[in-house]
Write a protein that binds this ligand. Structure first.
Ligand code: EPS
Length: 393
């Protein structure tokens, strides 16, 4: 069984990641992980924190001479900002005179209100530190390890920003095979259309000027997934459900759409089903002429690209705070303001890629098994080969 766990507070000493169930013999490197960590740190609209952090994940176990051992892999990412928080975030008891950076002014839309009541915390920092999106660094590190496995199977994952606030990309209806994914990597706002960079940046700048924040929609696509991941036989085995849960778990995400989920509701059934045709050049011998279903039918991959669109709300922490309540006195106050980002949609793309990688890896390991990567690849290849028998009678 594949699983992963993360631990760590935003301003604590660092982040710990545990990944269990990857096969032995897989080539992994800190430098590969760093590429994704750096991609997540970028993005127009980030706050001051990203100037401090230089995220690097160190292998602490489960890897020897660059190869996985099949044992649990643990990783450690240092929070460089901890040097400014050593007393406030110390794991050990501190003197009464120490500034613990406590606060009790709740922020509407943040986890601090529910967390305070749930965990009986009178210092909201005890909630904020773990609820912070700093945790997503860990997911990106774990997801990056999974990308090494997916690469062996020729599966790749891409992401881009579709909209920021009211501004929607002009290539939103572009066929996936024509999307300029390379442009996304050089764009400060992870846009696949050059025309959109300034427009998205203007929207972010305008939010900053208005001392508010701005959300958007991003897209994650997995290319070259085999047919047959996930299972329609039981509700909790459906892959679309697992992907939706994984995306929804990203901080501030409030909506997940598979394929053209919402647009399909406005069309007749005859226009939204993806017609299947024979295709001798394809490894499955079949293909769909459209992909409205986003690569998933009955919760099972159908071999088309897996397409997920994710709605992420504007960050709760506002430079011009909303009215709120003090959790300890019950008084009406102005919400707490801490340094924060204005727009997190571009980095959220990279986090979405990580979540997709983790879910696909789990599903691939479940289906193809194997304790060594060679065994997994053999099982995978045999399954793909068996598709040659279909459609030939
Ligand atoms: C975050 C608040 C900000 C963000 C942080 C998430 O951190 P700070 O309070 O230190 O300025 O920069 O994001 C990260 C640290 C990160 O690595 O993405 C929050 O409250 O969620």
């Amino acid at each position: 069984m594949f699983r992963f766990l993360t631990a760590g507070e935003s301003h604590g000493p660092g982040l710990t990641i545990m990944v269990e169930g990857l096969p032995a013999g897989l080539n992994v490197s800190e430098e590969d992980i760093k590429i994704d960590l750096q991609r997540r740190q970028k993005g127009f609209g980030r706050g001051g924190r990203m100037k401090i952090e230089k995220d690097h994940a160190y292998f602490k176990s489960g890897v020897r001479h660059g190869l996985t051992l099949g044992s649990p892999i643990s990783l450690w990412i240092e929070n460089i900002d901890f040097k400014n928080w050593t007393d406030a975030m110390s794991p050990y008891p501190v003197d009464e005179s120490v500034d613990k950076k406590e606060f009790s002014k709740t922020v509407p839309g943040h986890a601090d209100f529910v967390g305070a009541l749930k965990f009986k915390q009178h210092d909201l920092r005890n909630v904020l530190e773990r609820a912070s999106a700093r945790e997503t660094t860990s997911r990106v590190a774990a997801g990056s390890l999974c990308k090494s496995l997916l690469k062996k199977l020729n599966i790749s994952i891409k992401s881009r920003v579709l909209s920021i606030g009211e501004v929607t990309s002009d290539d939103i209806d572009q066929k996936l095979e024509n999307v300029d994914w390379d442009q996304t990597e050089i764009s400060e706002v992870r846009s696949s259309s050059k025309n959109m960079d300034e427009k998205f940046k203007d929207a972010i700048l305008s939010s900053k000027r208005n001392k508010t924040t701005i959300g958007g929609i991003f897209q994650v696509v997995a290319f070259n997934s085999p047919v047959g991941l996930g299972n329609f036989s039981q509700w909790d085995r459906k892959l679309d459900g697992k992907i939706a849960q994984a995306m929804m778990s990203i901080n501030a995400v409030k909506g997940v759409e598979i394929g053209n989920g919402f647009a399909n509701t406005k069309k007749p059934g005859s226009e939204v089903q993806d017609v299947i045709i024979p295709d001798k050049e394809d490894r499955r011998n079949f293909k769909h002429i459209t992909n409205h279903a986003g690569g998933l039918e009955g919760g099972v991959t159908n071999g088309e690209p897996i397409v997920v669109n994710v709605a992420i709300k504007p960050i709760a922490t506002l430079a011009k705070p909303l009215p709120s309540v003090d959790i300890n006195t019950g008084e009406i106050i102005e919400a707490q303001y801490n340094r924060s980002d204005v727009c997190q949609v571009p980095p959220a793309c990279v986090i979405g890629e990580a979540m997709m990688s983790l879910i696909l890896t789990e599903s691939i390991i479940e289906k193809f098994g194997g304790d060594h990567i060679d065994e997994l690849i053999m099982n995978f290849s045999n399954f793909i080969k068996s598709h040659n028998e279909f459609g030939k009678k």
